[in-house]
Design a protein around this ligand. Structure first.
Ligand code: SF4
Length: 158
């Protein structure tokens, strides 16, 4: 299971960021949200992004102290804050920016799927986020994703 992202439905409201940070930090604090919305306001392009709980997770592989491990119940790669050194190797290694660093606690932070009931998915008002198994037709999904990406790249002129 992972959080599926559908940028075509995202309005850039950032409600997902607000509720994520409130659930994890007890404060509406987008800078500490585990999900981030990338925004190109002028072009009307909004792309939510959150850890995709990779099968071969770079964060897990580089951690020198084994502070990141998969929760077998939920499938989430989780950070054990008691072991984390704050070296940021995982932040650097993730190719998608799925791991962040909390300078106050000196620890890595990332999405843990809220124990299997992601708050961001529950609160997203447009259905831009969903919590699903991989679709069986992965190739078709990749094609759709590539077409969407090409459209967005065109829209933001990159
Ligand atoms: S910041 Fe923590 S979790 Fe990340 S690599 Fe260092 S020890 Fe591991």
């Amino acid at each position: 299971m992972r959080i599926q992202l559908n940028p075509e439905k995202c309005t850039g409201c950032q409600i997902c960021e607000a509720f994520c940070s409130f659930k994890k930090e007890r404060a509406v604090w987008p800078a500490r949200s585990r999900i981030s919305v990338l925004k190109w306001e002028k072009e009307g392009v909004f792309i939510p992004f959150v850890c995709q709980q990779c099968e071969r997770a770079a964060c897990y592989e580089v951690c020198p102290v084994g502070a990141i491990a998969r929760n077998e119940e939920t499938g989430a790669m989780e950070v054990d804050e008691s072991r984390c050194l704050g070296c940021k190797m995982c932040v650097t290694a993730c190719p998608f920016g799925g791991v962040a660093y909390d300078p106050d606690r000196g620890r890595a932070i990332k999405c843990d799927l809220c124990g299997g009931q992601p708050e961001c998915v529950k609160m997203c008002p447009t259905g831009a986020l969903s919590f699903e198994r991989e679709e069986k037709n992965a190739l078709a999904r990749k094609r759709q994703g590539a077409e969407r990406l090409a459209k967005y790249i065109d829209a933001i002129g990159r």
